[in-house]
Design a protein around this ligand. Structure first.
Ligand code: ZN
Length: 306
């Protein structure tokens, strides 16, 4: 995906920088995972290299999208670590003359996965930045980046994307309104999560099935709910994902109730009851992950409380 969704404040900030032709030589993009930081970094590369304000149509932009631009380099971790060798290669890359006669841009995703030696190597680079180079560090754990690095880069923090912006984007991609609403709410501000759901049929079906189950749970007797538990509890990962969907689902019901936009379902549930359900789900998630409590009993207990 190559389009920036949301992040208007950051877009304005960079438009000004580009307009004034005063581009700092290094940035640190921080914020939660899956909110579009890497996509934004590639967009910035286009803003810098494209002759026509990141037009998304010219060869420069298309090459950047295909990760084939000779002036843009992306470094990512392998097995949860970014080796110092990669940083050395990145330095060589930045020292080469720009192909487009503009700038060389290096993006390091998950920059916190650089160990101290690699981070020190980056620090040296920041002390003497190669001419016409731009370095973009991306992280969702800013506290793991050396202070000495942070003091030498332009910090840009990113927030979650608004639910309505995600919904609007999904609709513009041809997603049917109801599903777009559900996915965007479930994504909880994480555009990357919404796109995963959109692109992965398996995940989407799983999500749709769980949602369907939830919509009918109000009228379901306990024995049927226990049958559902029996079907899911052995797959730990899937069950956790289901609990996440449960939590988002009830948060949405609470949100609708608070704003008087009553959902057709759960009319008989008071606001207090819904809040208790959300707390029960959170508790269940905690015990499910952190203790050896009998998982089936844990889920059955939750089902009694819904
Ligand atoms: Zn372009």
């Amino acid at each position: 995906m190559s389009k920036v969704i949301g992040h208007k404040k950051q877009l304005d900030f960079f438009s000004k920088i580009i307009l004034n032709k005063k581009i700092p030589h290094a940035f640190l993009f921080s914020g939660e995972d899956k909110i579009g930081k890497k996509t934004f970094a590639f967009h910035l590369a286009k803003l810098i290299l494209c002759e026509n304000n990141a037009c998304d149509k010219c060869k420069t932009c298309l090459d950047i999208d295909k990760r084939m631009s000779p002036d843009v380099c992306l470094i990512e971790s392998e097995n949860g670590n970014i080796e110092i060798d990669k940083i050395r290669a990145l330095k060589e890359f930045l020292l080469l003359k720009s192909y487009s006669n503009k700038k060389k841009i290096a993006i390091i995703n998950d920059a916190h996965l650089m160990r101290t030696d690699a981070q020190n190597s980056i620090l040296k680079l920041l002390e003497e930045p190669p001419e016409n180079s731009v370095l973009i560090l991306i992280t969702n754990f800013k506290e793991m980046i050396l202070e000495t690095i942070k003091s030498r880069v332009q910090s840009v923090s990113f927030n979650k994307v608004k639910t309505e912006e995600i919904e609007e984007y999904l609709v513009s991609e041809g997603v049917e309104n109801k599903l777009a609403k559900e996915i965007s709410f479930f994504a909880g501000g994480k555009i990357g999560k919404a796109i995963e759901l959109l692109e992965d049929e398996g995940q989407r079906d799983f999500f749709a099935e769980t949602m369907k189950y939830l919509e009918g749970i109000e009228r379901q007797p306990f024995d049927k709910r226990f049958e559902y538990v029996k079907e899911i509890y052995e797959d730990k990962e899937a069950t956790l994902e289901i609990l996440n969907i449960f939590e988002r689902f009830f948060r949405r019901i609470m949100f609708l109730k608070l704003y008087g936009k009553e959902d057709v379902n759960f009319k008989s549930y008071s606001l207090l009851k819904i809040r208790n359900i959300i707390e029960e789900i959170q508790k269940t998630k905690y015990y499910f992950v952190n203790t050896n409590t009998n998982k089936k009993l844990l889920l059955e207990n939750l089902m009694i409380n819904i």
